[in-house]
Design a binder for this molecule. Sequence first.
Ligand code: DP6
Length: 333
Amino acid sequence: MIKASAISHPNIAFSKYWGMANEKLTLPETDSISMTLSRIFTHTTVGFSNKYSQDEVEIRNESGLSGNVIHQVDQRVVKQLDRLRKLANTQKKAKVVSINNFPADAGIASSASAFSALTVAGVAALKLRMSKKELSILTRLAGSGSATRSIHGGFVLWKKGESSTESYATQIYGAKHWDLVDIILVVSATRKRKTSLQGHQLATSSPLRRNRIEATTKNNTRLLAALKNKDLKLLGNTIENEMFLLHAVAMSSAPPLLYWSGDTVEIIHEVWELRKRGVECYITLDAGPNPHIITTSKHAKEIESHFASWSMVKKRYICPVGRGAFLTDNHLF
Ligand code: DP6
């Protein structure tokens, strides 16, 4: 048995990947910029052995080893194992055990941390030598585009590229560059009704898609300037615009996709209210109802406590900037 384990964090997209230029290769239509988070993570162990007759994938729930065990073979996982086997020239089947310490599939990009952890662990288990660029490309090929950004820590740019070898993520600044914090308010921890994949596919049916591509391209230039100058106002206004652009495309797709709940809308208004009162914070959403409030460490505690009494907020995560996917000796089997 050869095995390795990795831990990877989700990332929050400041500018969004929404819509694919090439579905088979997971090539996006725009560049996207994100911040890798700390505190919430996926921990994955991958082992290859001749003793397995088929791939086994076990995804454990939030409560980890003592919790319920969900046996679920995701085809994207098996296909990624096939890519790894091809590169290592082996037929060995694999066992994969993975745990998240946060709710999966509810707009907290669990597949970003999941597919980056799987890829980093799988590459190490098979003793493949890869640069971060190669890891980022291989992770992207698994089909979760946002995962390609979680290979790096800090602030990350995923260049869309025109071909598979050109489409990968690079670090713009390390985690220490700016003390930004993402406060995630979980208003719903249930599985989303429509996956991001369906959203990407439907984006082409939206009459707003082309305008969004143009607007996102300009927003990326703004975000790079905001990150360079640590300009929270410019960063915040741009990420809110990106949120609305993504959701405008989703809502105007055919059929429409509405990821927001009433709670989401209330929190958007409350963030704007807080800002009027001088608390510098901004909001973004991925393909789910759970708000991500972006602020600096100065205001993080105050904002988190502000929402502590809101009954609609079931869980709160305060996530400063985190590191990229890394190997660990802590194996899950
Ligand atoms: C809205 O195809 O990467 O989060 O595989 O479900 O994580 P999952 O989604 P993916 O699409 C991400 C869409 C997004 C925006 C973003 O992260 O850029």
